[in-house]
Design a protein around this ligand. Structure first.
Ligand code: MG
Length: 162
């Protein structure tokens, strides 16, 4: 099978939308991180950078993998005890964060600092995603880290460009 990453980028965007996250939601997190450093920064500018981050193969692969694992856990396609670990977003699991590192690493160490910040403060839609995790039918174990990491990577990209 030949893989076309332009097509896969759209699949990744569609999957995020299916899970309730638009690129604009992600750009809003980036804006909140960067607005303290640059007065002239706009949502459109952040959105442009989010779009660039989502063009990277590593990022697309992480989105597809993480969201598929969340959905498989919901649908019961993952064996116990891993299914319960994912459905309950068990805090010592940690592989969701490891997957997110493959997104952050694309723009170097600055992304890691940004990621820690948004993850701790649950900026923007991240708060919502984490609330939905309390719904027992729903698994967002990978989604929150993916969204936070894309926003953080976009912020890192802006820092390298400005
Ligand atoms: Mg998580």
């Amino acid at each position: 099978m030949k893989v076309d990453y332009n097509e896969l980028k759209q699949v990744a965007i569609d999957l995020l939308a299916q899970r309730g996250v638009t690129l604009e939601d992600i750009a809003k997190i980036t804006l909140e991180i960067q607005t303290q450093y640059y007065d002239d920064i706009t949502l459109e500018y952040c959105l442009e950078h989010v779009n660039h981050v989502l063009s990277k193969r590593e990022v697309i692969n992480a989105v597809l993998t993480g969201i598929n694992l969340d959905m498989m856990a919901e649908q019961g396609h993952i064996k116990e005890p891993l299914r319960s670990i994912l459905m309950n977003d068990y805090s010592l699991y940690g592989i969701d964060e490891v997957l997110a590192y493959s997104i952050i690493n694309v723009y170097g160490s600055i992304g890691l600092t940004n990621y820690g910040y948004v993850d701790k403060l649950k900026v923007g839609i991240l708060k919502d995603i984490n609330d939905k995790s309390k719904n027992h039918e729903r698994c967002n174990t990978f989604l929150d880290d993916i969204v936070g990491a894309i926003a953080a990577a976009a912020a890192g990209r802006i820092a390298h460009t400005k």
